[in-house]
Design a protein around this ligand. Sequence first.
Ligand code: GLC
Length: 465
Amino acid sequence: MSLKTLFIASECAPIAKIGGLADVTGALPKALKPLGVDVSVILPFYKVIKIKKNKLKLVKKNIPVIFNRKKESFNLWKTFLPNTNVPLFLIENKKYFSGKGVYVESDASSGGSEAEAGRFLFLSVAGIEIAKLMNADILHCQDWHTAIIPFIIKKEGHKIKTLLTIHNLGYQGIYPNKLVNKFLGTNFPEKNVNCLKLGILNTDLLNTVSKTYSREILTKKYGEGLKKILLKRKKDLSGILNGIDQDRFNPKTDSSLKANYSFSNLNKKKENKIDLQRILKLPQNQKTPLFSFIGRLTSQKGVDLICKIAPFLVNSSCQLVVLGKGERKYEKNLLKLARKYKKNISVKIKFDSALAQNIYAGSDFFLMPSKFEPCGLGQLISQRYGTIPIGRETGGLSDTIRHGKTGFLFKEYKAEAFLRSIKRALKFYQNEKEWKKLIERAMKKDFSWKKSAKEYIKLYRKLLS
Ligand code: GLC
């Protein structure tokens, strides 16, 4: 079986990265290829992507499609994921992809505007055309941006099989029917068209990015209004945990660190802490417990809980470092805290992957009090760097943090529960022997893509059987 598979997505690291989705589409194909899958990735040719830097080659011009009720066309460009033989195809179309950024809307997007609808519906239509041209067996769709593909494929009667991976059920891509009908030439009567919902109903198989999240979304609390529809597909729904690129995230070789280290020379980890304190202009002291958070500043990530516990950290002479971007209200609150407690709190409102590495290496504790977390990558990276995660017991956090062994978990989404687990973690920190054991277990965990890649292959085979 050839398993000719095309990933189709809105993001792919490192070429166009906003969130965890990009890390997955940038790393999983690399793990699939050596296992015999003929895998490529398809992405829009965004304006932020540069031809020279990415060694792009034009492979085909003026490929015709029907879109917006008229003849449209696109050009196809090719390169490879860095240091691999995984082809990356970019779809060039001036009308739909030449606007700013990866997403049109600033909130990492969940549908709404005409420009956004045009962008991702065009990506979906063009993706199917490419799959037909390349004779692909499987289109592996990622999140709502390409979730309409299974619907179109069924409607048009193509042979291509589909797998839909849900990275975050909170974003569904909901558009007024008029827009979708205009772009796709469909006749949806309902007022709003929900791309993810259509994907769930029409895809051949679907999965989420951890076992626990795949069960949680079948409940009202985590179902985001799609519980009933997901229950209909229960037997075709599975959970496959994300991995991380263990070559890229390796404290032994990471070139952004002040000092490289492994479990056998943890003193070097402390040098990174001093360096981080220097970079962020915090008082430099090896002994000060240092907590960090890296991620999108959204309600999903539990940023309000972090703001609530921050004064406790200050009163206990700890330091807190936050790096990320997101909703304005969270950015403001955090910046206010940083101004008030200059010696204890540092907040950087940006995405900065080099600084992120310094933070993973230089901190003692990594905070992830998420309301929900399909998988979560921060807790995987932090464990690899010997930085102990404190997370809420949900989704991928439940599946990857061993409570009291490699990190700490708390149940209720409440500041008090979060605080209790922080206090418990601080107790361990004060006991050098226990603390070292925790770090050793965390650093020795295997979060590579190997196992999960095999599980994806099982799904691909099931699709073709
Ligand atoms: C989304 C989810 C996150 C997951 C990532 C990659 O960003 O919120 O939990 O790790 O997708 O699958």
